[in-house]
Write a protein that binds this ligand. Structure first.
Ligand code: FAD
Length: 330
């Protein structure tokens, strides 16, 4: 594969990590001599964002229009129509994000191009083969995309590293856009930051996270005590938030928060991909689970196969001892 385009995703004037993750993968796929093309749609005032992108793309196509400051699907589709034919590439990568999930299917449908969603890997083996996970990550499927001039994939956040991207000296092609049409069916109204709650788990260095294995709200203090001893916070998987054992703001995962602590301790969490997506980039992952086949062990740096109600109090005691807290002097 010689030419791959990456749609640059930005929100609130920040390039989102998924963009760098896709750029890295695109470089790996095209190899030496290939071309990575960044596709940027935005407002002229956001041109400064390109400084972060252009060092990592052989070519950047920047379509600038004052109506493209915030992601609005209909306007973005119209803008994309202006550049689609001009961008010579075999594959387009977009994020499997709220924006990408809205945008990519419309692009695929409009140009009738082969399209695979939520991929966690992609390789060239004769044709283009995308890897997707099924049944909550228990099975990986290889999907062969029908050969076409252009193909499109949406990439799961966190599937590829965002660091150590190759640096190239890329050219920038600016296009002054003026998208026209009736876009009244859907309009950007306001950007609302999700509630942080009493504890902001996205800022914590140490997270002790509980899953359904904690069994009852009354058992949360078991995890809280370990978190306190470590100077961390308690987070949770989705079932725990759904049952209201902890507030929704503590939920980690695709429909919760993405966290990147130094240490993530998963207690009684199976490690469904929706959960992993929110925590797999933690520095050190420690999992405690009764089931040795739990998917969380696939990404854990350290694993304990045992009953959390046996392991956690012992761990807490040990941490307190090491910190010189003793039994009663917390
Ligand atoms: C659209 C969508 C979005 C989603 N978003 C999210 C999300 O953001 N975050 C999220 O977490 N999930 C999300 N999910 C749900 C996800 O698919 C899983 O169902 C969920 O992550 C499972 O949570 P869990 O690991 O706590 O529970 P389970 O899968 O039930 O796992 C419980 C684990 O606890 C272990 N266990 C039980 N008792 C003990 C014990 N005494 N000691 C040790 N281990 C024990 C079991 O072996 C098991 O592995 C989403 C699902 C969908 C469809």
């Amino acid at each position: 594969m010689e030419k791959i385009a990456v749609w640059v995703e930005h929100r609130q004037n920040e390039i989102r990590d998924i963009t760098f993750e896709m750029l890295g993968k695109a470089h790996q796929l095209v190899g030496d001599g290939g071309q990575v093309i960044a596709l940027f749609l935005g407002d002229p005032s956001q041109k400064g964002l390109l400084d972060k992108i252009t060092p990592h793309a052989h070519r950047t196509v920047a379509y600038l229009d004052s109506n493209l400051k915030d992601f609005e699907p209909l306007r973005y589709q119209a803008a994309f129509a202006d550049i689609f034919e001009k961008v010579d590439c075999q594959l387009i990568l977009m994020g499997q994000t709220a924006f990408g999930m809205d945008f990519a299917p419309a692009v695929a449908a409009r140009w009738e191009i082969p399209f695979t969603t939520d991929i966690v890997d992609v390789e060239v083996d004769g044709g283009l083969i995308a890897v997707r996970q099924m049944y909550s990550g228990k099975v990986s499927a290889k999907v062969s995309l029908k050969e076409a001039d252009k193909m499109l994939c949406t990439v799961r956040a966190g599937a590829f590293p965002a660091e150590d991207l190759p640096t190239v000296s890329g050219e920038v092609q600016e296009i002054t856009g003026a998208v026209e049409g009736d876009f009244s069916a859907r309009a950007f109204v306001e950007y609302l930051e999700a509630a942080v709650g009493d504890v902001d788990i996205t800022q914590a260095d140490v997270i002790v996270s509980v899953g359904r294995g904690i069994k009852d709200a009354d058992n949360i203090p078991v995890a809280q005590e370990l978190a306190d001893a470590l100077g961390g916070v308690v987070a949770c998987s989705r079932p725990v938030a759904d049952k209201k054992w902890l507030p929704k703001e503590r939920q980690v995962g695709t429909s919760g928060k993405t966290v990147k602590p130094k240490v993530y301790i998963a207690l009684g969490i199976s490690g469904a991909f929706q959960h992993q997506a929110g925590m797999k980039n933690a520095g050190t992952i420690i999992a405690v689970n009764k089931d040795p086949k739990a998917p969380i062990f696939g990404i854990a740096h350290y694993g304990i196969v045992d009953d959390l109600f046996k392991v956690v109090p012992a761990l807490t005691e040990k941490v307190k001892e090491l910190r010189g807290w003793g039994n009663s002097d917390k």
